[in-house]
Design a binder for this molecule. Structure first.
Ligand code: GLP
Length: 242
């Protein structure tokens, strides 16, 4: 694993965006695996900025997102589709028909997951997967568990995740209790993985995930087994590594 130390959130965002833009420049028809959460927002801002300056072209790019809340429609402002559209899709020249997320409105979980696995296979897998890190070590919505789930599945969100995400909703009762998420095997099959982490409150989980035992209790720990992982984190998030 390569660790790139950034000064602060802004610096982390710029470094991460540089890596994503290198991917797009080197392979204009690449498949980007994208993530939501507050951490990648700054990286998306840089990409939009560089696109507007004419330095980046997304016309050949395909995107597959990690996850989506079950039960939220695309026009719900808390859905991950809405987030991606707000922060990236509507602001660059990516073809909307080539932006994929699990279908949160599909009530049949088995069908939603099977369909999404099919999408990922049909685009030929992921070239560069962007990941944030949950406070409990989740990646996508792969929550702490006794096992690693291979493919797209429906998860019951843990209490810590519901608590962490309630800041985005009017009330805690509005936070969906389930989500569809890409599985660990799919994430691990990405040819390159870029993890972005910022802030002191992630310092303990960064240490546990990247230097602790590999265990499904900390799903991100499996990334230690991937051959091409780049962790871009700010000083605060790296503080416990010594
Ligand atoms: C959410 C997302 C994850 C994300 C995580 C961390 O639950 N499903 O993909 O990495 O939370 O979010 P944040 O970056 O806001 O800390």
């Amino acid at each position: 694993m390569k660790i790139i130390k950034a000064k602060d959130y802004q610096d982390m965002s710029r470094k991460a965006a540089n890596i994503i833009s290198a991917q797009v420049i080197m392979k204009p028809d690449c498949v980007l695996g994208l993530a939501t959460g507050s951490t990648p927002i700054g990286a998306y801002e840089n990409l939009v900025n560089w696109y507007q300056k004419g330095d980046l072209d997304f016309s050949g790019v395909t995107t597959v997102n990690l996850d989506e809340y079950k039960g939220l429609t695309r026009d719900n402002d808390q859905s991950y589709y809405y987030f991606m559209n707000e922060h990236l899709f509507s602001k660059v020249n990516v073809d909307p028909k080539r932006t994929f997320l699990p279908d949160g409105t599909e009530p049949d979980s088995a069908k939603a997951c099977e369909d999404y696995n099919h999408v990922i296979e049909s685009v030929g897998g992921v070239d560069l997967q962007l990941l944030g890190l949950g406070h409990n070590g989740h990646i996508g919505f792969n929550e702490p568990s006794d096992i690693f789930k291979a493919k797209t599945h429906c998860v019951d969100l843990t209490e810590t995740t519901i608590q962490a995400n309630k800041r985005f909703f009017a009330s805690i009762d509005d936070v969906p209790r389930q989500a569809y998420t890409m599985g660990i095997q799919t994430i691990m099959q990405a040819r390159k993985i870029l993890v972005v982490v910022s802030g002191a409150e992630k310092a303990a989980i960064v240490k546990e995930a990247f230097f602790g035992p590999i265990t499904p209790k900390v799903q991100a720990s499996v990334l230690q087994l991937h051959h091409d992982v780049i962790l871009v984190a700010d000083e605060a998030a790296l503080a416990e590594l010594g």
